[in-house]
Design a protein around this ligand. Sequence first.
Ligand code: SF4
Ligand code: MG
Length: 337
Amino acid sequence: KPLLKIENMSISFSSPDEPDIEAVRQVDLTLTPGKTLCLVGESGCGKSVTARAILRLLDKNAKIGSGRILFDEPGGARVDLAALKPDSTAMRAVRGNHISMIFQEPMSSLSPVHTIGDQIDEMMVIHEGLKPKQARERTVALLDQVGILGARERADAYPFQLSGGLRQRAMIAMALACTPNLLIADEPTTALDVTTQAQILDLLRQLQADYGMAMLFITHDLGVVAEIADEVAVMYLGDVVEQGSVYDVFAAPQHPYTQALMSSIPKMARKADRMRLAPIKGTVPSPKDRPQGCAFTSRCPYAFEPCSTVTPERTAVGANHHARCHLLTRAKAEVPA
Ligand code: SF4
Ligand code: MG
């Protein structure tokens, strides 16, 4: 049973003298307890904007133009987060409590002037009404669970006194303080060395198994996707161009963009022992001059007649596997009745 469903969500940015920019277009995503959905794509494709929209943490000039973000609260009520005011009591109750987020840079969620113990205690005091002493016991247990040795003493450290890897663990502990139903992770391992990255991914997998939470994981690293994803959604210039189980998408990518990303893996893996998205011929058009039709037309080796004028529809290519490409509708049309 899904925990959160994004339906037909579009997000645009306004600026004083220019037309609105579409950053995310008609996105549908489903998050399920105990499962990880990876959002993949090059920087600027709308991954982070999509994630921040769920928590209503968008910049002031961004607007959710259409769509719903249906979230099943633990009490059983279903709320449309897109309809709540970002600073409303209802939204504050969701943020950090039922849904929390971790980032590439821990200092964006940790305060530099408070000890990590005090910051985690405070989450539990505010959201769960614990007494400070009870909260500290839980904080120590949590720091221990995320693999911080000497947790009771470490709780008194300030973030700057910790290494990058330990800071990341402290941020994860803080995100888990109120046992969220959904954890959103925006490139949480990108700034870490390969060994620490592997440890943090292991930790997140273990915590997900312990807590049964849903995870939305944003990355541009296909190696990370292979490690952690159950489902994948590939984004290009604000569109989800392909979506399916990690097995289906890796075994049989259907969209030319996904195929280009996948074909870059072996070469990159040999070179750097990592599977970062390799550059694909051509450049991503600016969302300011979004092309008509399929946004991938300018880089696609298969582009044909309707591509530059008609936006491809979402087409099913298997059970829970979809892609947006005219090749798929053409293939269907050619199947004799
Ligand atoms: Fe390529 Fe056309 Fe498919 Fe876009 S719709 S990915 S341009 S074939
Ligand atoms: Mg980002």
